[in-house]
Write a protein that binds this ligand. Sequence first.
Ligand SMILES: [Zn+2]
Length: 411
Amino acid sequence: MSQKNDTVSCRSCSSSNLTTVLDLGETPLADRMPSKEQLAEPEPKFPLEVAFCEDCALVQILETVPPEVLFCDDYPYFSSFSDTLLEHSRANVEELIEWRSLGPDSLVVELASNDGYLLQYYKQHGVAVLGIDPADGPAQKAIEKGIPTEIAFFTKQFAAQLASTGKLADVIHANNVLAHVADTNGFVSGIAALLKPEGVAVIEHPYVRDLVEKNEFDTIYHEHLCYFSVTALDSLFRRHGLYLQDIRRLSIHGGSLRSYVGKSDTPSDAVISILEEERELGLDRVGYYSAFSSRVRKVCADLLQLLTQLKANGASIAAYGAAAKGSTLINVVGIGKDLLNFVVDRNIHKQGLFMPGQQIPILDPSELLAQMPDYTLILPWNFADEILEQQSQYRESGGKFIIPIPEPKIL
Ligand SMILES: [Zn+2]
């Protein structure tokens, strides 16, 4: 299914040459988990439609929900609840400290610094840090840990203001935020303004190639506006005098890119070869994305059939992990209270709330052992290894896990 859209322009190059490649219908906001009192109110739903820009190759959703609606004060995501993410961050920091010879006179800035999960490792090594994050709850946590944090949206103006007070960064981290900001160009031009001439920005986000190849449609939600290929990134950065100097593919979050971006156009062999590979595979053309939609429909139908069949055979089913992708999955597939008894999550801020759209209660993970559902669907399948290890007792007691992506599988 492909159709042209004339009303919206590309988030990167402003072209109106956008073609829809996947339409997931209307879904509730993935991180807006209603409380018991809010269950009586109607939940806002917004269209979730993915399009490809024929001019700069950027894959993007068409709807922009205002950030004050998306990222409200009670935004419940705290990065430090994931062991995998913490270990990933620590390794990244130690490598950069050594490579860039960072010390007390250096400045490392993280955009969307959350609760200081990454900057804390720089602080332990005596490197000066500054976090910037608009979410009050996690930012206050960071400040309590002694990590200076500005509670603000990072914009071109905010970067210029910091730069005018002499705050320029040796290293800027931006993990899983570039794809989430509504003003993509303003954000990148802010990075250019805040970065020292020899500085490096280290930017991570999911890779659209992994999304398409592994059917990761549940990583699509309203907060996640852009789905980058290296081709699309290269074009975005160049517009602001920034250049891809090195790039790595990472396995985290179902397949991500880590770009090293600076002010000189000196691409590594890795950058040159990944751009070439994308041209060969066709990531810069709409045809690459057109078969994706029918594969997604099949995964959804197969998962619904599996759960319905298990339930019909008398099994009880729960789910693990009230992550944003879990919300997309249950709402697009249509997994309701009739199929799932409850969802568990380690994040105490989510416990007691309900899954968006389907009103399934979120409980403490100890409920898996207490209630022993026959099957548990893993919603954040990107952390499946970590979850399987934590829940070994549930498995030893006869509980089985279901992984939904790239195709439904019982473990
Ligand atoms: Zn474009």
